[in-house]
Design a protein around this ligand. Structure first.
Ligand SMILES: *[C@@H]1O[C@H](CO)[C@@H](O)[C@H](O)[C@H]1NC(C)=O
Ligand SMILES: *[C@@H]1O[C@H](CO)[C@@H](O)[C@H](O)[C@H]1NC(C)=O
Ligand SMILES: *[C@@H]1O[C@H](CO)[C@@H](O)[C@H](O)[C@H]1NC(C)=O
Ligand SMILES: *[C@@H]1O[C@H](CO)[C@@H](O)[C@H](O)[C@H]1NC(C)=O
Length: 227
């Protein structure tokens, strides 16, 4: 770096604090006249030192702030001087983000009403639209005791929103246990078709490789089943 002959004048001059409020024109003039050694073409050494000093002040301030577990007294005093109003006081709480769809949905599947197909579609939709599909592997327990309802509601309510919970289960009244009542959806079917479907399913299964029908009709003998 080149040392200007009158560079010695550089550290000496007015203290930076005094120079700061002076602003642009005075400094610009000084820059033109003295041309002190510069690190950047548009920044004099004094400006550079001033910037670094400010940065250092902020960094140490921030460090103290964090080490002391809070703002220093003089900042608190300053705040009290300026008044206690916060952003919230002046502008009110930010408006709640209203989603264009419900964020808690329960689909309590009804047996033999195409729910398995619906869940397959929901799984595709959940990947496409990024909602949380919560399914259950329990298909043969639809009637829950009060405690079981409470447990399940607690479980479901803590799922990450937006969620869609689905299970073969009877209606759960979330507000009865202090939860947010979700939106319920369901699909039902013509009762006679449903009865026929149920009959054939219980007797023969549905050839999907699952043995659910054996669980549902534990007392039926094989020869009865396939007569
Ligand atoms: C700010 O609040 C403090 C206590 O919370 C109170 O002592 C002080 O007078 C308040 N200052 C102003 C300007 O309202
Ligand atoms: C549900 O099915 C499981 C076997 O998958 C069985 O152990 C259980 O007893 C059944 N529960 C009811 C209530 O039928
Ligand atoms: C609640 O969730 C936990 C873990 O996700 C699970 O182990 C438990 O069986 C669930 N309880 C009910 C009632 O579903
Ligand atoms: C759910 O429970 C609450 C409180 O017990 C009751 O007021 C409300 O009618 C119930 N809702 C349904 C659909 O049963």
């Amino acid at each position: 770096k080149k040392q200007q002959p009158d560079g010695g004048e550089c550290p000496a001059p007015r203290p930076p604090a005094a120079a700061a409020p002076g602003g642009g024109p005075g400094q610009g003039g000084g820059l033109m006249k003295r041309r002190p050694l510069s690190l950047l073409p548009f920044l004099s050494l004094r400006d550079y030192v001033f910037c670094m000093a400010t940065l250092l002040l902020f960094c140490t301030g921030s460090l103290f702030y964090q080490l002391n577990g809070g703002p220093p007294h003089f900042l608190l005093a300053l705040r009290q001087c300026l008044g206690n109003s916060t952003y919230l006081d002046d502008h009110g709480p930010p408006p709640l983000k209203v989603l264009p769809f419900p964020s808690q949905v329960v689909y309590n599947r009804v047996g033999k009403c195409g729910s398995r197909t619906v869940v397959l579609l929901l799984r595709i939709l959940s990947e496409k639209h990024g909602f949380n599909l919560v399914t259950s592997d329990i298909h043969n327990k639809t009637r829950l005791t009060k405690n079981e309802q409470m447990e399940l509601i607690k479980n479901v309510s803590t799922s990450e929103q937006p969620y869609l919970f689905t299970r073969h289960v009877h209606f759960l009244n979330f507000s009865r246990f202090g939860g947010d009542q979700p939106v319920y959806i369901n699909i039902i079917r013509d009762p006679v078709s449903r009865f026929l479907s149920n009959y054939f399913f219980r007797r023969f299964g549905d050839w999907r490789g699952e043995q659910n029908h054996l669980i549902r009709t534990p007392n039926m003998r094989q020869e009865e089943r396939y007569l």
